[in-house]
Write a protein that binds this ligand. Structure first.
Ligand code: NCD
Ligand code: ZN
Length: 361
């Protein structure tokens, strides 16, 4: 990573240029149809690869569906964009281990995603009891295929702010006990409990951290009124948890790495009596992480978090090119539109100190 201070001048005064090895996004929702056409390139312009979530309606449960979705993603990007969508299989109670293993062997599936049924957007066909997929997990452990986990229990008896911590104890720990060699990514962690879980787990267990959970705590949802655009799942927790995430992300521990969980929804579906969960952070993802790392005095650790730890954990090569961010004020729009699609992005209406300035190669 290079940080060139004061080596350029611009209309905004002295620029700092932050140059990083080309990063990847290890958890993103690109959607389908009009929303895909709107959203996909925001991810593809900043990231070389992304782990694409399979929670479409219907979900991606076969290699054929994943291959077709990958083609739709690539078709939605501008000519010449170099971007590799890494596809995931949506685990259901009935999923066939053979289909998963074949898709993995054929290079269609990179990983499997476990959604506890009912935990989040389009998770109705998810797993009702993790014991039902024991044979699949066994097979994945054998072939070295990663399990990506939405780590929340769904029981209405469990307070929504406790669902992640309870999941660690009642689901993830037993899975790891029976499959000690299974590679697991605990996605979009939101609690100090998860930070500690990862810190004390064996080396085959890692976590992704979103840009937004590093910046908002649960108060953001209630600031002067109900704020649906700060609502996502897992829901943001109290401030001390956000602080634990900030420490973990900037610690230099390779088992915490970047995954935006950028999850666009139509404005009217968020601003509703039963609003959808999800924050659309893709347009300024790297800028947002840079703000946090700078505030933590850890800009020199952003590159490893964004571009090295993820591919190493996944066993994939590091990217060769670079991207740059310039220290230049950037006004984030309050609303983004494209035809019938209207989305309120993360940081809407704010001025950010950094601006993505492109890929060098
Ligand atoms: C995601 C979505 O909208 O698909 N929503 C979210 O709040 N993160 C699903 C998910 O990752 O939980
Ligand atoms: Zn997600």
């Amino acid at each position: 990573m290079r940080l060139d201070s004061g080596s350029h001048t611009s209309s905004h005064g002295t620029d700092d240029l932050l140059t990083l090895r080309q990063p990847d996004d290890w958890h993103v929702h690109l959607r389908d149809d009009d929303m895909l056409a709107f959203a996909a390139d925001y991810t593809a312009r900043q990231f070389a690869r992304a782990i694409v979530m399979p929670n479409l309606d219907p979900p991606i449960t076969t290699a054929a569906a994943a291959a077709a979705y990958r083609t739709r993603i690539l078709d939605a990007l501008p000519e010449g964009r170099r971007f590799t969508p890494l596809m995931t299989a949506y685990l259901t109670d009935e999923i066939d281990a053979e289909e998963i293993a074949q898709g993995f062997a054929d290079g269609v599936f990179t990983a499997c995603k476990l959604y506890p049924a009912g935990a989040t957007t389009n998770s109705a066909s998810g797993v009702t009891d993790v014991r039902k997929i024991w044979p699949v997990l066994e097979r994945m452990e054998t072939i070295g295929m990663l399990l990506l986990v939405h780590g929340e229990v769904v029981s209405p008896d469990i307070d929504i702010f406790d669902r992640e911590a309870v999941f660690l104890e009642t689901v993830l720990a037993p899975v790891l006990k029976d499959f000690p060699g299974l590679k697991v990514v605990l996605e979009h962690i939101t609690t100090d409990d998860s930070v500690q879980f990862i810190e004390t787990a064996s080396a085959n267990v890692a976590a992704t951290i979103t840009a937004h959970h590093l910046r908002i705590d649960r108060n953001a949802m209630f600031e002067g009124g109900l704020r649906p655009h700060a609502y996502c799942l897992p829901v943001a927790k109290r401030r001390r948890h956000k602080e634990a995430l900030r420490r973990a992300a900037t610690s230099g521990n390779p088992r915490f790495f970047l995954g935006t969980d950028s999850a666009p929804h139509q404005k009217h579906e968020k601003e509703s009596a039963c609003g959808c969960a999800g924050i659309f952070s893709a347009p300024t993802a790297l800028e947002s992480y840079a703000l946090t790392f700078e505030e933590e005095g850890a800009l020199d650790r952003l590159e490893a978090f964004a571009s090295e730890y993820g591919p190493r954990f996944y066993g994939l090569p590091l990217n060769e090119g670079t991207v740059s961010l310039r220290r230049q004020p950037q006004d984030v729009p309050g609303l983004m539109r494209d035809g019938d699609v209207q989305v309120v992005p993360f940081h809407a209406g704010e001025t950010l100190a950094w601006r993505f300035s492109g890929r060098e190669s």
